[in-house]
Design a protein around this ligand. Structure first.
Ligand SMILES: [Ca+2]
Ligand SMILES: [Ca+2]
Length: 544
């Protein structure tokens, strides 16, 4: 009996210990995609490995160490944890947003084996690979469309055909969406097909179940190959339901079903949707259940860039608050510009300081940040699209170090001066600023996952936000104006902090003194006594 009692006592102590230990354990990590910074790559323009003037998979492999060398202790790489590859499927266009085969790679970019190698080399360095998935429409060259021109084809209903010209030919944004095609005959003449994006991008007809089956099949193909997820192009337009041409209930439901499918194949799959709309509307894609893992926050991007263009801290904090209202767990994709928009450097009139401030707002904020290739070196470019997707400027060597022959598109003027190699040597360059911020983000967990508390100030240009998690409290501060400011009052309605905190600067010298919060979390009278210089930024660790 005694022995048993001893045994029970020991067991109890053991269980108590386990309980204590597990209580001390940090919370399980969030989804991997909430811990990384993504980098968007236009393969055609990143790096040409075989001298045909076109960027390719092997070219990306050559440059992977620039993005992430796989060693967390080095800081001379960008610290990128995921890449989004713009379309890699075969396509007749230079950009690839009109796919002609969903289960193959564009021969301009290499072979499927090359792509496989790219995935392996990325994974070796801790970089995940997400590919563009262009599923609303295909290329008019796609064999499915070729076949569907025949009214008797089994593929006829894979596209939206009308025997007669529709009464209303307008697409979702008003321009013409209906075309006739040679050879697409019906008994009275040519039939009409629906193609709101372009005559050569006919919309798939998702009312035909075989279309969904084919897209599921492609999903499986890439996941089995080791791809970590998909960026879904033009996600709003899958189903047309009568006069509803975007965000239709069936479209939203389609993504929720698709998510069930891909999570069953791989529970760590990540998808990010291009629902180019206001934040409130994007939220509908998660009702009643999640539609994709993340969505790009277009409103946020406009506001972050805008708040730097004409300095307004309130605009930036308001934008983050709005995104967090819609996605309270911070599970959204943030960015400044992408391949469809004028490049950041051009929008900000090539002002280096403003570009640094924009990067600061993006990389110290909640969400999963995306950087568009070249943004980190201030590559310029305004539309047409080809000019915002130009070859990467690596060095002052032949064709910017991009290729040993004439590239598919002329490089930006000034590439001999502005390139990765030159910025690498300049400690104050935009590139080194990005490296510093991303590496800081990678090492400070509250910067990635901390709750977000904006602090308001009577100084319009002073951006202040707390990033708080259980074991770390960070204060992010930026003066968005090119003038020094002084004597600003700060106020915070509520925060989880209370008491006096010591400050420790994570970005160099700091002028901030100890900060105290009242019992109910409001900021005790805190004035910035000394001056904050023009466009200065701080990340401050608060310690009890
Ligand atoms: Ca090439
Ligand atoms: Ca559609």
């Amino acid at each position: 009996m005694k022995k048993t009692r001893k045994y029970v006592l020991l067991l109890t102590v053991f269980i108590l210990l386990i309980g204590l230990l597990s209580a001390c354990q940090p919370k399980p990590p969030k989804n991997w995609w909430q811990d990384v910074v993504f980098y968007e790559i236009f393969v055609r323009s990143f790096k040409d490995s075989n001298g045909d003037g076109i960027g390719d998979f092997n070219g990306i492999i050559e440059m992977l160490d620039y993005l992430n060398d796989g060693d967390p202790n080095t800081t001379d790489d960008l610290g990128i944890g995921g890449i989004w590859l713009m379309p890699i499927n075969p396509s007749p266009s230079y950009h690839g947003y009109d796919v002609s085969d969903y289960k193959a790679v564009n021969p301009d970019y290499g072979t499927l084996e090359d792509f496989n190698n790219l995935i392996k080399e990325c994974h070796k360095r801790g970089i995940r690979v997400v590919m563009d998935f262009v599923i609303n429409h295909t290329s008019s060259d796609h064999p499915w469309f070729e076949s569907s021109k025949d009214p008797n084809s089994e593929y006829r209903d894979w596209y939206v055909w009308l025997e007669k010209r529709p009464n209303n030919t307008a697409g979702p944004w008003g321009s013409n969406a209906w075309y006739q095609k040679d050879g697409a005959w019906h008994q009275d003449g040519k039939a009409w097909y629906y193609a709101p994006f372009w005559s050569e991008m006919p919309d798939l007809n998702y009312h035909t179940p075989e279309v969904t089956e084919a897209i599921y099949d492609a999903t499986k193909f890439w996941l089995d190959l080791g791809v970590d997820g998909f960026r879904v192009d033009a996600a709003r337009y899958l189903f047309e339901e009568g006069y509803i041409l975007q965000d239709s209930p069936k479209t939203i439901k389609w993504f929720q079903d698709w998510r069930n499918y891909y999570l069953k194949r791989n529970s760590r799959t990540y998808t990010v949707g291009e629902v180019w709309a206001d934040t409130g509307l994007i939220k509908r894609y998660n009702q009643p259940t999640k539609g994709m893992e993340q969505f790009f926050m277009f409103d946020l991007a406009t506001d972050l860039v805008g708040s730097v263009y004409s300095p307004s801290a309130w605009r930036a904090t308001k934008a983050y608050t709005k995104a967090l209202d819609a996605f309270p767990d911070g599970d959204f994709a943030s960015f400044l510009t992408n391949h469809d928009q004028n490049r950041l450097a051009s929008v900000l009139e090539e002002d280096l300081t403003k570009q640094k401030l924009a990067a600061f707002l993006l990389l110290t904020g909640p969400g999963t940040p995306y950087i568009y290739y070249g943004e980190e070196i201030g590559m310029t470019g305004t539309k047409p699209d080809e000019d915002i997707r130009k070859p990467m400027q690596w060095s002052d060597k032949s064709y910017g170090g991009f290729s040993r022959t004439i590239p598919w598109r002329k490089l930006n003027d000034g590439w001999t001066v502005n390139n990765v190699e030159a910025q690498d040597k300049d400690p104050n360059s935009l590139l080194n600023w990005y490296r510093k911020l991303i590496n800081l983000r990678n090492s400070q967990s509250a910067m990635r996952q901390g709750a977000y508390f904006p602090i308001s100030s009577d100084c319009r240009s002073l951006y202040v936000a707390l990033r708080v998690e259980e074991n770390q409290q960070l204060l992010t501060i930026a003066n968005l104006k090119d003038e020094a400011i002084k004597g600003c009052s700060l106020s915070l309605e509520e925060s989880p902090l209370s008491g006096v905190y010591l400050t420790e600067s994570l970005m160099g010298d700091s002028i901030f003194e100890n900060i105290s919060f009242g019992e109910n979390g409001q900021l005790n009278e805190w004035k910035i006594g000394s001056e904050i210089g023009a466009a200065e930024v701080f990340v401050i660790n608060l310690k009890k």
